[in-house]
Design a protein around this ligand. Structure first.
Ligand code: PRP
Length: 181
């Protein structure tokens, strides 16, 4: 497929993404074979990754969602993470794996960790498809990581700019002209 004209560069093709997700699924299935796994997808960015990851996990597991948002229409974090939505599962019964599309400042993961620790999750780890290579005020430990990416604005595979590009099957760097008018 031709590259979307708003992209400056494709970082990960559909094929590379698919292969990495299979590896992550295998690793998670192995590590949690004696656990009670609950995937908690972080809406909306993680929705595509979660849908692929759950099908790459070969052990029985459940999934749930939480909504976290901090970027609004811009390309930089507002610094304030708004959590919403109701987790339907009783977290104390589960080994919770937060499934995230991308870790940037780390504030979303920090807020979720605080929230799920307070709810008494039996264990808590993070699986993020992408993580920006940048200094972080809040250190984030991702037990499972798809890829590191440069500190640029990336879209596709669930990630958006102003709600656009989430449907792209690759991950790419958005051209600056698109958001710097
Ligand atoms: C994005 C992304 C992550 C978060 C990462 O969400 O999907 O959830 O930011 O950034 P952080 O590490 O700096 O907290 P966004 O607020 O854009 O909402 P969305 O997932 O609905 O696009």
């Amino acid at each position: 497929m031709d590259m979307h004209p708003d992209l400056e560069q494709v970082l990960f093709s559909r094929e590379r993404i698919a292969a990495r997700v299979v590896e992550l699924g295998r690793q998670i299935s192995d590590d949690y074979r004696n656990g009670n796994l609950l995937l908690v997808g972080v809406l909306k960015g993680a929705v595509v990754f979660l849908a692929d990851l759950m099908r790459a996990i070969t052990i029985p597991h459940r999934f749930d969602f939480i909504r976290a948002s901090s970027y609004g229409k811009g390309t930089a974090s507002s610094g304030y993470v708004m959590l919403s939505g109701q987790i339907e599962h009783h977290l104390a019964d589960y080994d919770v794996l937060i499934v995230e599309g991308i870790v940037d400042t780390g504030r979303t993961i920090e807020a979720l960790t605080r929230e799920f620790t307070r709810s008494g999750a039996r264990s808590l780890e993070v699986c993020s498809f992408l993580m920006k290579k940048r200094p972080r005020a809040v250190p984030v430990v991702c037990r499972y990581l798809g890829y590191e990416v440069p500190d640029r604005f990336v879209v596709g595979y669930g990630l958006d700019y102003d709600e656009r590009y989430r449907h792209l099957d690759c991950v790419g760097i958005l051209r600056r002209e698109v958001y710097e008018l």
